[in-house]
Design a protein around this ligand. Structure first.
Ligand code: ATP
Ligand code: MG
Length: 402
């Protein structure tokens, strides 16, 4: 692409990635904070890939590679996944905003993307730099005319062009024609914090992703039952949490020891209701750990009717123990819809690694599908050691910061 070198050796134009974020979604007084956070997440996701320079530029973030030409194929996937980013555009930045230079750079851009691939085009100019001597329409007209002269196969169509070349006049000028869509959503942290119960299955990472998309800062807890669950099952959850950091910018994972609680429940509750009691104990622990960190909700991967414990009655019997709201973003999703998202966000391959939870000895062949909350609560009130075991699990939870 463009690689102009001035006499003093300073480049006047370079290839950059232009990052657009949802400005409207960001409340005015918090804007600085969230833009900083986006900036840090971009830097984090690009870490180790090269020597990048990420700067703010009037409602945009600009990524350039100080080491030389930016490799868009490598950089774009690392950025479009960040919550709050609407889209990214590979383009050219130029310091020289003179009309002659804009004509030249636009023509080079059109040549680079292949003018022969299009029949119709338009130029669309956005002028944030209000000192610029021409209004947007005049810039578009002048540059458009130049493109028409240079590329005789192209004609102007302002209503439905095959190619739109954008010129943005800011502190510097930016020229681009393509936008790759991001997930949108809200920047992580703009909606408070939640703690996701992360199991290593397909569903719970998707839940975490969906809440992060709505701006919720997510931390997680995994209930580990050695020797009934393997070290590799735990590693799977760690890898899922690591994957989620690409969207969230960071992740605190608690690994709570659950074996003692499971064995205690196995001894002391009706076997067909065991899962409900286990989920209630998990929920209590998640609430305590979350509350400690200022979380306002527990997030799970439950989907109504998917398994025995996820009936409406089951969810009621589990939820009654919670001391904060439980968000179940997948409640109304079919399995295939969940899988489609898991594939798209890259958690599916991790979740489906062959070493599943080997917790099967704990699962009843005919689990209760319509438990009565009052009955469950009555049985639980006789479980004298449960409070103590829960406190122990909370205190002994390992913390992994990512
Ligand atoms: P997933 O695909 O998330 O494992 P699932 O369909 O297997 O979900 P269940 O095993 O019934 O469903 O679990 C329901 C939810 O309870 C999970 O989505 C998760 O949020 C939570 N959960 C279950 N087991 C664990 C665990 N060992 N650690 C943390 N959370 C868990
Ligand atoms: Mg599971």
């Amino acid at each position: 692409m463009t690689d102009n070198i001035k006499k003093d050796g300073e480049r006047t134009e370079e290839n950059v990635l232009i990052v657009k974020y949802g400005e409207i979604a960001i409340r005015k007084n918090n804007r600085k904070f969230f833009v900083e956070k986006l900036l840090r997440t971009i830097r984090r996701n690009l870490d180790g890939l090269g020597d990048f320079y990420v700067v703010k530029e009037q409602g945009r973030l600009i990524v350039e590679d100080r080491g030389g030409e930016i490799d868009f194929d490598q950089v774009i996937p690392k950025i479009i996944c960040i919550m709050g980013i609407i889209g990214v555009s590979p383009g050219v930045r130029t310091k020289d905003q003179s009309l002659d230079n804009l004509k030249k750079v636009c023509a080079e851009h059109v040549a680079m993307i292949g003018a022969e691939n299009y029949k119709t085009f338009k130029i669309e100019t956005k002028r944030s730099n209000k000192n610029y001597p021409l209004v947007s329409r005049e810039v578009s007209a002048a540059v458009g005319e130049h493109i028409l002269e240079k590329f005789t196969n192209l004609t102007v169509d302002v209503h439905n062009p095959e190619l739109t070349v954008y010129i943005e006049l800011r502190n510097d000028a930016y020229i681009y024609s393509k936008q790759i869509k991001g997930f949108g959503g809200l920047p992580v942290g703009s909606s408070g914090k939640g703690i996701v119960m992360l199991s290593g299955g397909i569903d719970s990472p998707v839940s975490a992703f969906l809440m992060a998309k709505r701006g919720v800062e997510v931390e997680g807890v995994y209930f580990n039952s050695p020797p009934y669950t393997s070290e590799r099952a735990k590693q799977k959850v760690v890898d899922l949490a690591e994957k989620l950091t690409e969207f969230t910018g960071g992740f605190r994972l608690y690994v709570a020891p659950f074996t003692d609680i499971q064995l205690y429940l196995l001894e002391n509750v009706p076997h067909d209701k065991l899962t409900i009691f286990m989920k209630r104990a998990m929920t209590r622990i998640a609430c305590i750990l979350g509350e400690r960190d200022g979380a306002l909700a527990v997030i799970t991967g439950d989907s109504v009717g998917q398994v025995a414990s996820q009936t409406m009655q089951g969810l009621h019997a589990i939820s009654s123990v919670a001391t904060m709201p439980i968000l179940r973003p997948l409640a109304g999703f079919d399995k295939q819809e969940i899988i489609d998202i898991a594939v798209k966000i890259g958690t599916f391959d991790i979740s489906t690694r062959p070493y599943e939870d080997c917790c099967t000895i704990f699962v009843d062949k005919h689990p209760e599908t319509k438990p009565k909350t009052t009955v469950i609560e009555r049985i639980e009130s006789h479980l004298d050691k449960l409070d103590e075991l829960i406190e122990k699990a909370v205190n002994e939870a390992e913390i992994i910061e990512m």
